[in-house]
Design a protein around this ligand. Sequence first.
Ligand code: FAD
Length: 452
Amino acid sequence: APSILWFRQDLRLSDNAALIAAAHEGPFAAIYILDDKAPAANAMGGAQRWWLHHSLTALARSLEEKGVELILRRGESIAELDALKKETGATRIFAARQYEPWWQAVDDRLDDRLTLHDGSYLAPPETIRTGSGGRYKIFTPYWRALQQQMPPAAPRAVPTGITGTNARSDRLADWKLLPTTPDWSKGFGDWNPGEEGAKTALHDFLDEAANYDRARNMPSEEGTSRLSPHMHFGEISPATIWHRISETKGNRGEPFLREIGWRDYAANTIDQFAHYGSANARDSFDRLKWRKGSEADADFGAWTRGRTGYPIVDAGMRQLWTTGWMHNRVRMIVASFLIKHLLIDWQRGERWFWDTLVDADYNSNSVNWQWVAGTGVDSNMFVRIMAPLVQSEKFDAGDYIRQWVPELAALPDATIHDPHGAGCAPADYPTPLIGHREGRERALAAYRAMKA
Ligand code: FAD
């Protein structure tokens, strides 16, 4: 009997342990299921649907070159898998292990029908243990222990002579994953979703990797890899990245690999605290009086549209809307601004990112939002309030602001970070929603009230 190869967030052929295992058994039916029920509130956002459309197109093409059809189905994973088993006579299902709680729940229900394979992370998070066998909660010791298990096993090639089993498939176009009107994806043109695009992104980054430690904090430079959406969709394995980076001569790869380690750490957190995306890990923050109501809603709307009057924040939010991605340093600044200066619950920001990021990832998104908010399992940073103007100057964001906030493009470096403060803001640029000192004091007062 054939088996089933179930693609989820592992849309690649290379170094895919589930594919290798399925191929070893003989012919397999390769399926992707668009399941919006299992993730419930975490159903894929708009930007990711755009990515998924193109990534599935690429996957279907590379499978077809091997003579294998990619079967597309929409519905509940378990029902669709059971239907496909009946249609094809398949007995076993092979898939890559995921740590999102909804996938874990589906996998538990499939129990012995399903064989799971690792490879979506540098190491399975549950294998990284303290001396006494416990789990890590903090990044640095997790990273130290993870490095003890590195390098990961060498990436494995696509097996030769794989055979597919055909079955009825939806037409991808009928899923309507791409936006129609308005088409907000016009600025997504630099992305190249799929396994080839992932390889190219890594290749292009290899020359830059030596400068990463300095350049990664400079939003106006292309100093980072932009591998995040490729990694989220599993178009390239972390082990492949690890080996390519460490083999490259003259490359001080460590700072970059450490960031890949953050991705593993986020999965390690979610594996222990499944509801991290929707609840404060420190429940004392449930008592914090976030701003609510129409004034807060208007401020939230201005934040989403990049009209806060803080150029660095506005540049980031417009880059996000236009390209589906935002520079990491700027993600920290805009998140901190929303949470502290606007005193709006981090979960509203997390939701906006979920819908607009091509790399939206339940693990990384919720772990980073709770980290900035100080509500997470690691340090409480609520009282450390980033000053957006200082950040903007320190990370030399002048050119970045010029690119994304064109109404400020003519301003010199000396005034572009704070045009209102310098008295030279153009008429069409909004006044700041709140002053830095005022926002800071309001946040600290809310924090003190929560503690009292
Ligand atoms: P590089 O600097 O080239 O890093 C290489 C890879 O390491 C990334 O592709 C990513 O897979 C991983 N990585 C880097 N930084 C982090 C980090 N802090 N946490 C986890 N993984 C990391 N990243 C996501 O992939 N998905 C998200 O939904 C997401 N939401 C975020 C929300 C906030 C508020 C913040 C502050 C950060 C968030 N990040 C998220 C982390 C980080 O901003 C992005 O991974 C990074 O900007 C992606 O760009 P890059 O691929 O060029 O990164």
